[in-house]
Design a protein around this ligand. Sequence first.
Ligand code: SF4
Length: 323
Amino acid sequence: MPSVEPLVQFDNLQKIYPVSGFGRKKASLRAVDGLTLSIHEGETLGLVGESGCGKSTTGQLAARLLDPTGGIIRYRGADLAQFRGKSAKAMRRKIQYVFQDPYASLNPRHAVAELLEEPLRIHRIGDKRERKRRVDEMLERIGLEASYGKRYVHELSGGQRQRIGIARALMLKPEFLILDEPVSALDVSVQSQILNLLKELQSDFGLTYLFISHDLNVVHYMSDRIAVMYLGKVVEVAGVDDIYAKPLHPYTQALVSAIPTEHRREKRERILLKGDIPSASDVPAGCSFHTRCPLAHDRCRRAEPDLLPAGSGNRSVRCHLYA
Ligand code: SF4
C-alpha cells in the first residue's frame, strides 16, 4: 500500500518554451503548465494523455533531464533544485529514466556488459571484479544469461534491448523509476513479458514508478493510480479502478470510451472528440478542453477550472461540472 507521505511531489510545475516565428507576436509553448501531483513510495502512478499533452516532459523534469521554468519538485520533502555537487550526484542515483526506444538510448559501440558497468564506473562504485559481479547478477535478474554481456545492441531483439535499458537504469539501485512508454515499441506478446518483469522488479527492489503511456490497457495493468493530462495540466487523478469504472472528467470519459469493449466492465458508447488537441503554443482560454468538450457551456469559455476534490475516494477533477 502507498505510504501517506509522498516520495515525489510536483508543486505548480511549469516548463514553458519561448517560441519564435509567429510574426511580431511573442508566443510561448506551455509544455507543462502548473502541474501539481504527488507520487507515493511503492506505488505506480500512470500518466496518460494524447501525444503532445506534456507527459514525457513531466517525466524528463522529474528525472532532471530538463530544468523546470517554474514550480518545485520535492523528493522526500526536499526541493530537487537545491541539490548541488555531490548531493545532486547522489540524488541522480535515486531517480532513473527508462526510455521508449532502448536502441536510441544505448550506445551501439559498447557491448552489453560495458553498458551496464558504465553507471557504476561513473559513480565510482566497486572495483573491476565487483562491477562484473553486479553486471552478471543484473543480467540474471532480468532473465538473460551472462553470455549476453558480450553482445552488442544490434544483436538483440526489441524485448532484450528493453530488458537491458531497464537493467542499466537499475544498476545504481534507484528508488524511483520514470518509465516513458517502455513497451510501446514492442510486439504485444513481448509487452506482457516486460510489464511482468517490471512488476517483479518493483516488488523485489521496493521501487516507485511513474509510468507514462498513451495505452490505457497497459496503464490499467500497471498502475495503482492514474493522472490524466491535457495540454500540460492534470485534468483528473484517481485510483485506477475508479477511473476505469466511472471516469468523471469529459476528457477521461472520452479516453476510457475508446478502450476496446472486451477490456471494459461497462459497455459505454464511444465518445468521439471533435478535432485534434490544440497546440501548446495556442492554449484556448478558460477551460483548455472547451474547444473539444461535448459538455462545454458558457462558463467554460471564460473561466479556467481548478483541480479540486470530487466524487468519492481520493479523486480530483478539473472541470466546472464538479466545482
Ligand atoms: Fe468540459 Fe467545461 Fe468541464 Fe472543461 S470545464 S471539461 S469544457 S464541462
